[in-house]
Design a protein around this ligand. Sequence first.
Ligand code: ADP
Ligand code: MG
Length: 422
Amino acid sequence: MTFRDLGLMPSLLKSVSEKGFSQPSPIQQKAIPFILEGKDLLGGAQTGTGKTAAFALPVLQLLEKQNNREHYPRALVLTPTRELAEQVHRSFIDFGSQLHQRCAALYGGVNINPQIQQIGHGVDVLVACPGRLLDLVNRGHLDLSRIKFLILDEADRMLDMGFLHDIRKLISLLPSQRQNLLFSATYSDSIRKFACNILKQPILVEVSKKNEAAHQVAQSVCHVAADQKKNMLIKLIRSEHRAQALVFTRTKHGANKLAQHLDKQGIDADAFHSNKSQSARTNSLNRFKNNHIQVLVATDIAARGIDIEKLPWVINFDLPNVPEDYVHRIGRTGRAGETGRAVSLVTPDDIHLLRQVEKLLGNSIDRNNSAEPIPSDESQTTVPPSDPIPFHHRKHRSKKNTTDRFKRRRRTTRSTATQQSA
Ligand code: ADP
Ligand code: MG
Protein backbone atom coordinates (compact mmCIF):
# COMPACT_ATOMS: atom_id res chain seq x y z
CA MET A 1 0.00 0.00 0.00
CA THR A 2 1.38 3.39 -0.99
CA PHE A 3 0.35 6.95 -0.18
CA ARG A 4 -0.84 7.24 -3.77
CA ASP A 5 -3.29 4.36 -3.22
CA LEU A 6 -4.88 6.36 -0.43
CA GLY A 7 -6.12 8.97 -2.85
CA LEU A 8 -3.77 11.80 -1.94
CA MET A 9 -3.09 14.54 -4.45
CA PRO A 10 0.30 14.78 -6.22
CA SER A 11 1.47 17.84 -4.30
CA LEU A 12 0.93 16.02 -1.00
CA LEU A 13 2.65 12.91 -2.35
CA LYS A 14 5.63 15.06 -3.13
CA SER A 15 5.91 16.53 0.37
CA VAL A 16 5.35 13.11 1.93
CA SER A 17 8.25 11.69 -0.02
CA GLU A 18 10.37 14.74 0.79
CA LYS A 19 9.69 13.98 4.42
CA GLY A 20 11.11 10.52 3.81
CA PHE A 21 7.92 8.56 4.32
CA SER A 22 7.98 5.68 1.87
CA GLN A 23 4.87 3.87 3.04
CA PRO A 24 1.81 4.85 5.06
CA SER A 25 1.63 3.51 8.60
CA PRO A 26 -1.39 1.34 9.55
CA ILE A 27 -3.35 4.23 11.03
CA GLN A 28 -2.62 6.34 7.98
CA GLN A 29 -3.76 3.51 5.69
CA LYS A 30 -7.00 3.11 7.58
CA ALA A 31 -7.83 6.70 8.43
CA ILE A 32 -6.91 8.72 5.35
CA PRO A 33 -9.49 7.28 2.91
CA PHE A 34 -12.33 7.73 5.42
CA ILE A 35 -11.31 11.28 6.24
CA LEU A 36 -11.16 12.09 2.53
CA GLU A 37 -14.72 10.77 2.25
CA GLY A 38 -15.79 13.29 4.85
CA LYS A 39 -16.50 10.83 7.65
CA ASP A 40 -16.16 11.52 11.36
CA LEU A 41 -13.49 9.37 12.86
CA LEU A 42 -12.47 8.00 16.23
CA GLY A 43 -8.84 6.97 16.04
CA GLY A 44 -7.30 4.76 18.67
CA ALA A 45 -3.57 4.39 18.46
CA GLN A 46 -0.62 4.71 20.75
CA THR A 47 1.97 7.42 20.36
CA GLY A 48 4.45 6.94 17.60
CA THR A 49 1.98 5.39 15.17
CA GLY A 50 1.90 8.37 12.82
CA LYS A 51 -1.40 9.97 13.77
CA THR A 52 -0.35 13.47 12.80
CA ALA A 53 0.00 12.65 9.11
CA ALA A 54 -3.12 10.50 9.34
CA PHE A 55 -5.18 13.64 9.89
CA ALA A 56 -2.98 16.43 8.50
CA LEU A 57 -2.67 15.00 4.98
CA PRO A 58 -6.37 14.42 4.24
CA VAL A 59 -7.45 17.62 5.98
CA LEU A 60 -4.95 19.62 3.92
CA GLN A 61 -6.26 17.98 0.77
CA LEU A 62 -9.89 18.74 1.61
CA LEU A 63 -9.00 22.33 2.45
CA GLU A 64 -7.03 22.76 -0.76
CA LYS A 65 -10.01 21.57 -2.78
CA GLN A 66 -12.15 24.38 -1.39
CA ASN A 67 -11.58 27.89 -2.54
CA ASN A 68 -10.57 30.15 0.33
CA ARG A 69 -8.86 33.26 -0.92
CA GLU A 70 -9.89 35.08 2.24
CA HIS A 71 -8.03 32.59 4.43
CA TYR A 72 -10.54 32.45 7.23
CA PRO A 73 -10.05 29.55 9.68
CA ARG A 74 -11.59 26.31 8.44
CA ALA A 75 -9.67 23.68 10.38
CA LEU A 76 -9.07 23.61 14.12
CA VAL A 77 -6.68 21.16 15.74
CA LEU A 78 -6.72 21.11 19.53
CA THR A 79 -3.75 19.69 21.39
CA PRO A 80 -3.05 19.35 25.11
CA THR A 81 0.43 20.85 25.22
CA ARG A 82 2.32 23.68 23.59
CA GLU A 83 5.05 21.38 22.39
CA LEU A 84 2.55 19.19 20.67
CA ALA A 85 0.85 22.20 19.09
CA GLU A 86 4.24 23.29 17.77
CA GLN A 87 4.96 19.81 16.42
CA VAL A 88 1.60 19.40 14.71
CA HIS A 89 1.92 22.90 13.28
CA ARG A 90 5.33 21.94 11.89
CA SER A 91 3.80 18.90 10.19
CA PHE A 92 1.07 21.00 8.57
CA ILE A 93 3.74 23.38 7.28
CA ASP A 94 5.90 20.55 5.95
CA PHE A 95 3.10 18.54 4.36
CA GLY A 96 1.46 21.66 3.01
CA SER A 97 4.62 23.15 1.54
CA GLN A 98 3.22 22.77 -2.00
CA LEU A 99 -0.28 24.02 -1.13
CA HIS A 100 -1.96 27.35 -0.43
CA GLN A 101 -3.01 26.78 3.15
CA ARG A 102 -1.78 28.95 5.99
CA CYS A 103 -1.32 27.51 9.44
CA ALA A 104 -0.86 29.12 12.84
CA ALA A 105 0.16 27.61 16.19
CA LEU A 106 -1.68 29.28 19.07
CA TYR A 107 -0.65 28.52 22.62
CA GLY A 108 -0.02 30.29 25.88
CA GLY A 109 3.21 31.11 27.63
CA VAL A 110 4.39 33.29 24.75
CA ASN A 111 3.49 36.80 23.66
CA ILE A 112 0.00 36.91 22.22
CA ASN A 113 0.62 39.83 19.84
CA PRO A 114 2.45 37.99 17.07
CA GLN A 115 -0.37 35.44 17.15
CA ILE A 116 -2.95 38.21 16.81
CA GLN A 117 -1.03 39.65 13.87
CA GLN A 118 -0.77 36.30 12.17
CA ILE A 119 -4.49 35.70 12.54
CA GLY A 120 -5.09 39.16 11.12
CA HIS A 121 -3.26 38.19 7.95
CA GLY A 122 -5.53 35.17 7.49
CA VAL A 123 -5.09 31.55 8.47
CA ASP A 124 -6.75 28.38 7.24
CA VAL A 125 -5.55 25.95 9.92
CA LEU A 126 -5.36 26.70 13.62
CA VAL A 127 -3.34 24.36 15.80
CA ALA A 128 -4.08 25.44 19.31
CA CYS A 129 -4.14 24.71 22.99
CA PRO A 130 -7.61 25.35 24.38
CA GLY A 131 -6.72 28.10 26.88
CA ARG A 132 -4.99 30.50 24.49
CA LEU A 133 -7.53 29.86 21.79
CA LEU A 134 -10.39 30.86 24.08
CA ASP A 135 -8.44 33.91 25.10
CA LEU A 136 -8.07 34.97 21.46
CA VAL A 137 -11.74 34.32 20.79
CA ASN A 138 -12.82 36.25 23.87
CA ARG A 139 -10.70 39.20 22.85
CA GLY A 140 -12.46 39.23 19.52
CA HIS A 141 -9.51 38.23 17.35
CA LEU A 142 -10.85 34.94 16.10
CA ASP A 143 -14.07 33.88 14.51
CA LEU A 144 -14.62 30.13 14.62
CA SER A 145 -18.00 30.18 12.90
CA ARG A 146 -16.68 28.82 9.61
CA ILE A 147 -14.66 25.92 10.97
CA LYS A 148 -15.26 22.85 8.81
CA PHE A 149 -12.86 20.42 10.51
CA LEU A 150 -12.34 19.83 14.21
CA ILE A 151 -9.46 17.59 15.20
CA LEU A 152 -8.87 16.62 18.81
CA ASP A 153 -5.37 15.24 19.12
CA GLU A 154 -4.49 13.31 22.28
CA ALA A 155 -8.04 13.76 23.47
CA ASP A 156 -7.49 11.55 26.50
CA ARG A 157 -4.67 13.77 27.64
CA MET A 158 -6.77 16.88 27.18
CA LEU A 159 -9.42 15.40 29.45
CA ASP A 160 -6.78 14.36 32.00
CA MET A 161 -5.48 17.89 31.98
CA GLY A 162 -8.89 19.33 32.75
CA PHE A 163 -9.62 20.92 29.37
CA LEU A 164 -13.12 19.48 29.09
CA HIS A 165 -14.84 22.71 30.03
CA ASP A 166 -12.77 24.82 27.63
CA ILE A 167 -13.27 22.35 24.82
CA ARG A 168 -17.03 22.33 25.33
CA LYS A 169 -17.05 26.09 25.20
CA LEU A 170 -15.00 26.12 22.02
CA ILE A 171 -17.20 23.52 20.37
CA SER A 172 -20.28 25.60 21.14
CA LEU A 173 -18.76 28.29 18.93
CA LEU A 174 -18.36 26.00 15.93
CA PRO A 175 -20.96 25.42 13.24
CA SER A 176 -22.74 22.11 13.70
CA GLN A 177 -22.03 21.11 10.11
CA ARG A 178 -18.43 19.98 10.33
CA GLN A 179 -16.19 16.94 10.19
CA ASN A 180 -14.81 15.73 13.52
CA LEU A 181 -11.72 13.63 14.11
CA LEU A 182 -10.81 12.48 17.57
CA PHE A 183 -7.59 10.69 18.44
CA SER A 184 -6.85 9.03 21.72
CA ALA A 185 -4.34 6.47 22.92
CA THR A 186 -6.65 5.15 25.61
CA TYR A 187 -10.36 4.52 25.62
CA SER A 188 -11.74 5.21 29.06
CA ASP A 189 -15.38 5.76 29.91
CA SER A 190 -14.84 9.49 29.94
CA ILE A 191 -13.35 9.46 26.44
CA ARG A 192 -16.16 7.27 25.22
CA LYS A 193 -18.77 9.70 26.55
CA PHE A 194 -16.87 12.68 25.23
CA ALA A 195 -16.55 11.08 21.78
CA CYS A 196 -20.25 10.18 21.67
CA ASN A 197 -21.13 13.80 22.25
CA ILE A 198 -18.89 15.18 19.57
CA LEU A 199 -18.69 12.63 16.77
CA LYS A 200 -21.47 11.81 14.36
CA GLN A 201 -21.62 8.14 13.38
CA PRO A 202 -17.88 7.89 13.52
CA ILE A 203 -15.77 5.35 11.77
CA LEU A 204 -13.65 3.65 14.37
CA VAL A 205 -10.06 3.07 13.42
CA GLU A 206 -7.78 1.25 15.76
CA VAL A 207 -4.27 0.02 15.28
CA SER A 208 -1.42 -1.36 17.24
CA LYS A 209 2.04 0.08 16.85
CA LYS A 210 3.54 0.74 13.51
CA ASN A 211 6.10 -1.68 12.23
CA GLU A 212 5.91 -4.20 15.05
CA ALA A 213 8.84 -6.33 14.05
CA ALA A 214 11.33 -3.50 14.12
CA HIS A 215 9.83 -1.67 17.02
CA GLN A 216 10.96 -2.70 20.46
CA VAL A 217 10.99 -1.20 23.87
CA ALA A 218 12.97 -3.39 26.21
CA GLN A 219 11.72 -2.77 29.72
CA SER A 220 13.49 -3.53 32.93
CA VAL A 221 13.37 -2.78 36.62
CA CYS A 222 16.17 -1.89 38.95
CA HIS A 223 15.46 -2.34 42.66
CA VAL A 224 17.23 0.20 44.77
CA ALA A 225 17.10 1.73 48.24
CA ALA A 226 15.63 5.22 48.34
CA ASP A 227 18.89 6.85 49.41
CA GLN A 228 20.77 5.11 46.58
CA LYS A 229 18.48 6.20 43.77
CA LYS A 230 20.57 9.14 42.61
CA ASN A 231 23.78 7.12 42.63
CA MET A 232 22.12 4.36 40.71
CA LEU A 233 20.84 6.80 38.13
CA ILE A 234 24.30 8.24 37.66
CA LYS A 235 25.78 4.77 37.29
CA LEU A 236 23.18 3.92 34.70
CA ILE A 237 23.79 7.06 32.72
CA ARG A 238 27.56 6.65 32.87
CA SER A 239 27.35 3.00 31.89
CA GLU A 240 26.20 4.05 28.43
CA HIS A 241 28.72 6.44 27.09
CA ARG A 242 27.01 9.67 26.01
CA ALA A 243 23.68 7.91 25.45
CA GLN A 244 20.87 10.39 25.85
CA ALA A 245 18.22 9.64 28.40
CA LEU A 246 14.83 11.09 29.16
CA VAL A 247 14.42 10.75 32.93
CA PHE A 248 11.02 11.00 34.58
CA THR A 249 10.32 12.23 38.07
CA ARG A 250 7.00 12.49 39.85
CA THR A 251 7.22 16.15 40.80
CA LYS A 252 8.44 19.40 39.25
CA HIS A 253 10.51 20.11 42.32
CA GLY A 254 12.01 16.63 42.06
CA ALA A 255 12.88 17.28 38.41
CA ASN A 256 14.65 20.54 39.26
CA LYS A 257 16.61 19.00 42.10
CA LEU A 258 17.64 16.00 40.08
CA ALA A 259 18.73 18.04 37.05
CA GLN A 260 20.87 20.21 39.32
CA HIS A 261 22.37 17.16 40.99
CA LEU A 262 23.27 15.59 37.65
CA ASP A 263 24.83 18.83 36.46
CA LYS A 264 26.99 18.91 39.58
CA GLN A 265 28.14 15.40 38.78
CA GLY A 266 29.23 16.50 35.33
CA ILE A 267 26.22 15.16 33.44
CA ASP A 268 24.57 17.88 31.34
CA ALA A 269 20.92 17.96 32.27
CA ASP A 270 17.89 20.27 32.10
CA ALA A 271 14.57 20.06 33.89
CA PHE A 272 11.39 20.13 31.81
CA HIS A 273 7.99 20.70 33.36
CA SER A 274 5.01 23.01 33.35
CA ASN A 275 6.40 25.52 35.88
CA LYS A 276 9.13 26.43 33.40
CA SER A 277 8.47 29.32 31.08
CA GLN A 278 7.61 28.42 27.52
CA SER A 279 10.93 29.73 26.24
CA ALA A 280 12.82 27.65 28.82
CA ARG A 281 10.82 24.59 27.79
CA THR A 282 11.47 25.12 24.10
CA ASN A 283 15.09 25.80 24.78
CA SER A 284 15.61 22.65 26.86
CA LEU A 285 13.80 20.51 24.36
CA ASN A 286 15.90 21.87 21.51
CA ARG A 287 19.10 21.43 23.46
CA PHE A 288 18.10 17.86 24.13
CA LYS A 289 17.03 17.16 20.56
CA ASN A 290 20.27 18.64 19.26
CA ASN A 291 22.30 16.55 21.65
CA HIS A 292 23.68 19.52 23.60
CA ILE A 293 22.49 18.01 26.84
CA GLN A 294 22.61 14.36 27.69
CA VAL A 295 19.68 14.17 30.05
CA LEU A 296 16.27 15.78 30.15
CA VAL A 297 14.57 15.38 33.52
CA ALA A 298 10.85 15.67 32.97
CA THR A 299 7.48 15.31 34.60
CA ASP A 300 4.65 13.58 32.81
CA ILE A 301 3.83 16.61 30.70
CA ALA A 302 6.63 15.47 28.43
CA ALA A 303 5.31 11.94 28.26
CA ARG A 304 2.75 12.66 25.60
CA GLY A 305 3.10 13.57 22.03
CA ILE A 306 6.62 14.87 21.97
CA ASP A 307 8.56 13.19 19.25
CA ILE A 308 12.28 12.97 19.82
CA GLU A 309 13.95 11.05 17.08
CA LYS A 310 15.90 7.98 18.05
CA LEU A 311 15.74 8.49 21.79
CA PRO A 312 17.52 5.40 23.06
CA TRP A 313 16.52 5.50 26.64
CA VAL A 314 13.78 6.36 29.06
CA ILE A 315 14.52 6.09 32.77
CA ASN A 316 11.78 6.22 35.35
CA PHE A 317 13.55 7.76 38.30
CA ASP A 318 10.17 7.66 40.00
CA LEU A 319 7.42 5.39 38.83
CA PRO A 320 4.27 7.29 37.89
CA ASN A 321 1.31 7.37 40.27
CA VAL A 322 -1.01 6.57 37.39
CA PRO A 323 0.02 3.31 35.71
CA GLU A 324 -1.20 4.45 32.27
CA ASP A 325 1.46 7.16 32.36
CA TYR A 326 4.08 4.41 32.35
CA VAL A 327 2.96 3.40 28.88
CA HIS A 328 3.11 6.97 27.65
CA ARG A 329 6.52 7.53 29.16
CA ILE A 330 8.08 4.49 27.58
CA GLY A 331 6.39 5.43 24.33
CA ARG A 332 9.00 8.22 24.12
CA THR A 333 11.60 5.69 23.10
CA GLY A 334 11.61 3.15 20.32
CA ARG A 335 9.49 5.38 18.14
CA ALA A 336 8.82 4.79 14.44
CA GLY A 337 10.68 1.53 14.14
CA GLU A 338 13.66 2.37 16.31
CA THR A 339 14.57 0.20 19.24
CA GLY A 340 14.64 1.64 22.72
CA ARG A 341 14.98 0.82 26.36
CA ALA A 342 13.08 1.77 29.45
CA VAL A 343 14.47 1.28 32.95
CA SER A 344 12.54 1.91 36.15
CA LEU A 345 14.17 2.53 39.51
CA VAL A 346 11.99 1.02 42.17
CA THR A 347 12.37 1.53 45.91
CA PRO A 348 10.71 -0.78 48.43
CA ASP A 349 8.08 1.93 49.01
CA ASP A 350 7.21 1.98 45.34
CA ILE A 351 6.66 -1.72 44.82
CA HIS A 352 2.90 -1.18 44.82
CA LEU A 353 3.28 1.24 41.90
CA LEU A 354 5.30 -1.35 40.02
CA ARG A 355 2.58 -3.93 40.63
CA GLN A 356 -0.01 -1.52 39.25
CA VAL A 357 2.02 -1.04 36.09
CA GLU A 358 2.52 -4.77 35.71
CA LYS A 359 -1.17 -5.35 36.19
CA LEU A 360 -1.90 -2.92 33.41
CA LEU A 361 0.69 -4.47 31.12
CA GLY A 362 -0.21 -8.00 32.05
CA ASN A 363 3.51 -8.69 32.23
CA SER A 364 6.05 -8.93 34.96
CA ILE A 365 8.87 -6.49 34.41
CA ASP A 366 10.23 -7.24 37.84
CA ARG A 367 13.12 -9.41 36.75
CA ASN A 368 16.21 -7.67 37.90
CA ASN A 369 16.49 -8.00 41.63
CA SER A 370 19.99 -6.73 42.05
CA ALA A 371 20.93 -3.14 42.57
CA GLU A 372 23.53 -3.38 39.83
CA PRO A 373 23.31 -1.16 36.79
CA ILE A 374 21.34 -2.70 34.00
CA PRO A 375 23.79 -4.47 31.72
CA SER A 376 23.61 -3.49 28.11
CA ASP A 377 22.87 -7.10 27.27
CA GLU A 378 19.14 -6.86 27.34
CA SER A 379 18.44 -10.52 27.64
CA GLN A 380 18.67 -10.60 31.39
CA THR A 381 16.26 -7.89 32.11
CA THR A 382 13.79 -7.57 29.36
CA VAL A 383 10.31 -8.63 28.67
CA PRO A 384 8.61 -8.56 25.33
CA PRO A 385 7.18 -5.17 24.60
CA SER A 386 3.62 -4.81 25.67
CA ASP A 387 0.83 -4.49 23.21
CA PRO A 388 0.05 -0.87 23.27
CA ILE A 389 -3.38 -0.54 22.01
CA PRO A 390 -5.96 -2.70 20.45
CA PHE A 391 -8.82 -0.34 21.11
CA HIS A 392 -11.91 -2.34 20.55
CA HIS A 393 -15.08 -0.56 19.92
CA ARG A 394 -16.84 -2.08 22.86
CA LYS A 395 -19.51 0.10 24.24
CA HIS A 396 -18.33 -0.23 27.79
CA ARG A 397 -14.77 -0.68 28.68
CA SER A 398 -14.23 -1.82 32.21
CA LYS A 399 -10.95 -1.72 34.03
CA LYS A 400 -10.56 -5.37 33.18
CA ASN A 401 -10.87 -4.70 29.47
CA THR A 402 -8.16 -2.13 29.77
CA THR A 403 -5.93 -4.71 31.38
CA ASP A 404 -6.74 -7.35 28.78
CA ARG A 405 -5.95 -4.93 26.09
CA PHE A 406 -2.44 -4.50 27.35
CA LYS A 407 -1.96 -8.20 27.81
CA ARG A 408 -1.67 -9.11 24.19
CA ARG A 409 1.86 -9.10 22.94
CA ARG A 410 2.64 -6.87 20.06
CA ARG A 411 3.43 -9.47 17.45
CA THR A 412 0.97 -8.87 14.70
CA THR A 413 -0.53 -5.72 13.40
CA ARG A 414 -4.13 -5.54 14.25
CA SER A 415 -6.01 -2.84 12.53
CA THR A 416 -9.66 -2.71 11.98
CA ALA A 417 -12.00 -0.14 10.70
CA THR A 418 -15.56 -0.59 11.67
CA GLN A 419 -18.62 1.45 11.23
CA GLN A 420 -19.78 2.27 14.70
CA SER A 421 -23.47 2.41 15.21
CA ALA A 422 -23.62 4.45 18.39
P1 ADP B 1 1.74 9.95 16.95
O1 ADP B 1 0.98 11.23 16.77
O2 ADP B 1 0.93 8.73 16.64
O3 ADP B 1 2.43 9.87 18.27
P2 ADP B 1 3.56 11.09 15.05
O4 ADP B 1 2.61 11.58 14.05
O5 ADP B 1 4.16 12.07 16.00
O6 ADP B 1 2.90 9.90 15.87
O7 ADP B 1 4.69 10.29 14.26
C1 ADP B 1 5.74 9.66 14.95
C2 ADP B 1 7.00 9.65 14.11
O8 ADP B 1 6.86 8.80 12.99
C3 ADP B 1 7.34 11.03 13.54
O9 ADP B 1 8.73 11.22 13.63
C4 ADP B 1 6.90 10.95 12.11
O10 ADP B 1 7.65 11.82 11.30
C5 ADP B 1 7.16 9.49 11.79
N1 ADP B 1 6.26 8.97 10.76
C6 ADP B 1 4.92 9.14 10.68
N2 ADP B 1 4.41 8.50 9.63
C7 ADP B 1 5.43 7.91 8.98
C8 ADP B 1 5.55 7.12 7.78
N3 ADP B 1 4.49 6.79 7.05
N4 ADP B 1 6.79 6.70 7.43
C9 ADP B 1 7.87 7.03 8.18
N5 ADP B 1 7.84 7.76 9.31
C10 ADP B 1 6.63 8.21 9.71
MG1 MG C 1 0.53 12.69 18.04
